[in-house]
Ligand binder design. Sequence first.
Ligand SMILES: NC(=O)c1ccc[n+]([C@@H]2O[C@H](COP(=O)([O-])OP(=O)(O)OC[C@H]3O[C@@H](n4cnc5c(N)ncnc54)[C@H](O)[C@@H]3O)[C@@H](O)[C@H]2O)c1
Length: 310
Amino acid sequence: MANVLVTGGAGYIGAVLVPELLEDGHKVTVLDNFMYKQNSLAASFVNPNLNVVVGDIRDRALVAREVAKHEIIIPLAAIVGAPACNRDATAAESINLDAALNIILLASSDQKVIMPTTNSAYGTTRIGEVSSETSTLNPISSYAKHKVEVETALMNNPLNVSFRLATVFGMSPRMRLDLLVNDLCYRAIHERSVVLFEADFIRNYVHVRDVSRVLRWAIHSEKSDGEVFNFGLTEANLSKKMLCEAIQRHVPSFVFVEAEFGKDPDQRNYTVSNEKIESTGFSFEYGLDRGLIELVKGLATLRNSQYSNL
Ligand SMILES: NC(=O)c1ccc[n+]([C@@H]2O[C@H](COP(=O)([O-])OP(=O)(O)OC[C@H]3O[C@@H](n4cnc5c(N)ncnc54)[C@H](O)[C@@H]3O)[C@@H](O)[C@H]2O)c1
């Protein structure tokens, strides 16, 4: 069992991952500034193997102390997604780039850094093109550009691993409704309709529990050492329209219309090959339909509007 440092461990992915790491028997330190006032780790505080440090990953002395104490480092802390980064570009650069690079530089060659990056780094590709790990990267948003720069530094250590995540979906104790599948499902349930822009743009999707599974797999699997993997469901390289059709099968009252206006800030439009991770023997357990059934059940219990009696 390992000593594992998870920065951003109280976030959407971290709040699923950390309890599972503890269940695996690891000793886990979460370093998080709890910027969303989240109570996402409440059920894990009772576990003596969980240590929580409330702090900022830009605090270099703090980060140096914590990195030195752990064999495995899983950096999740970030300002996540292109829109959030555009809203506070200075914070995004200092956290997603400077602080992330600092963690990688602090880790010694016998410490393993396992990091989610993003397949939005493929940017806009030609129709019919399939992006593999060796394809040219074309990051468009500053969020994706920072992730590419961090991945380049990460891969200088032959132990480290990068997972270029597809857009993640599924329920988490720190829920994110800004992620496309979650967002569309929420609207389907609570608003019944959506106006879709760039409806034919294709993206790839993956369930948060499979993300947690692969991060845990990488702790032990030598097959992951020094590798970059695309990580998404092969069955879920879908246009937004196809995704809405899939949601409609679970929420028959849902309607959507396509619009000519509106743009995605990172202009992602790509089909991704996930053959490399599949060839290691890793198998995905949470398909799109399983996730949609979960979301329909879970999101019906959430209301996002603080200032409404509806
Ligand atoms: N969710 C996705 O679809 C997706 C896709 C690709 C990559 N990723 C990457 O996975 C990681 C986790 O994403 P997530 O979806 O869990 O996001 P999230 O926003 O839910 O989690 C980020 C966590 O980091 C913490 N944090 C933010 N700034 C911090 C700082 N300066 N110091 C300490 N803690 C800080 C937040 O409190 C939060 O708990 C990120 O690096 C993200 O870029 C996520």
